[in-house]
Design a protein around this ligand. Sequence first.
Ligand SMILES: [Cu+2]
Length: 66
Amino acid sequence: MQTFKVDGMTCGGCVRGVTNAIKRIDPDSTVDVDLATKTVKVESALAAKDIVGAIEGAGFEVLAKA
Ligand SMILES: [Cu+2]
């Protein structure tokens, strides 16, 4: 499990955008977004930098990898 702090997510559309961006590069991944805590949890064999790239490519800022 990899956990990221992500800024700029405000609604269900953002959740879908982040989730779809990660699933596009790993269809088998599990993505869990918590808007209240700005946390994205990812179960995937992907490297952290690739997940960060997908999230940022969807238009959100990754503040930290927890
Ligand atoms: Cu939104």
